[in-house]
Design a protein around this ligand. Structure first.
Ligand code: HPA
Length: 275
């Protein structure tokens, strides 16, 4: 890792028109939320030392300070993925920067395949917990000074933020489930046998991101919330073959609901801060 998170956090601080305590990572299926952000400052990832570019279609690749639902937020539009070949330390570097910057709560969004038979494409799932099937852990490696190495993951996803998501979904038309997200490395989609196995393990949805960031965020003491857009039925559960283009198309179609949900969430979050 070339730069320290502190150096990159300073660049954010210098560019920031205000100081949000809520950050939102927009993953596949959530890119259009940016259209609903009143942007006050934008910084492309290329201007932020040690930020990886967001190369995948549907991922913007910039930090946006703005108002969402009238509330100040820091948006990370797009992320780098493990399946692109990066190590987990590089992928999770932005989370360390957010913690240094002073972010307190982090909402991680993603696209996911629905394993739970009750889930339909276009529904959303609030992460109640996760299963790390990446075969790797972002905390593996040298001890980070001042940070716990053996991080407790009994409560990765903050119950209060989870309730705020549930409240935020009311009246938006967005159907929000709660469930367990299982992370695979990808980039291939799963086999039907893998999906049957994951269902037996207790997973409700499967995706290729979020878990490394959530683990590092917990190490840094951030409160974490997770939100999946269910873009497809998981492999073997429908006659469709899976494609990234279809995942993005469903994400786009669900974009309006996603934007409303996140607007309400940011507004409710700001309200709890001032209460
Ligand atoms: N599997 C893994 N990742 C995904 C899927 C899926 O079915 N859909 C969107 N991201």
């Amino acid at each position: 890792m070339k730069t320290s998170p502190r150096n990159t956090a300073k660049i954010l601080r210098d560019a920031a028109p205000f100081k949000p305590t809520l950050a939102i990572v927009l993953g596949s299926g959530f890119g259009s939320v940016l259209d609903h952000v009143e942007a006050a400052a934008r910084l492309p990832y290329s201007k932020l030392p040690s930020f990886l570019p967001a190369n995948i279609a549907g991922h913007g690749g910039e930090v946006v300070f703005g108002k969402l639902g009238g509330a100040p937020v820091l948006i990370l539009s797009g992320r780098a993925h493990y399946y692109e070949g990066h190590d987990l330390a590089s992928i999770t570097f932005p989370v360390r920067v957010l913690a240094e910057y002073g972010i307190e709560s982090l909402l991680l969004t993603n696209a996911a395949g629905g394993i739970n038979r009750k889930f339909r494409p276009g529904d959303f799932m609030q992460l109640a917990d996760h299963i790390n099937f990446l075969g790797a852990n972002p905390l593996r490696g040298p001890i980070v000074a001042g940070r716990e190495h053996f991080v407790d993951l009994s409560h990765v996803y903050d119950a209060v933020l989870g309730k705020l998501l549930q409240r935020a979904a009311k009246g938006t038309g967005a159907k929000l489930h709660s469930g367990v997200y299982l992370a695979v490395s990808g980039p291939s989609y799963e086999t039907p046998a893998e999906i049957r196995a994951f269902a037996r393990l207790g997973a409700d949805a499967v995706g290729m991101s979020t878990v490394p960031e959530a683990i590092v965020a917990r190490q840094c003491g951030l409160r974490v919330a997770g939100l999946s857009c269910i873009t497809n039925a998981a492999a073997g559960q429908s006659a469709h073959t899976l494609s990234h283009a279809d995942v993005l198309a469903t994400g786009d179609a669900a974009g309006r609901g996603a934007a409303r949900l996140l607007e309400n969430f940011a507004a409710l979050y700001a309200k709890t801060e001032t209460d």
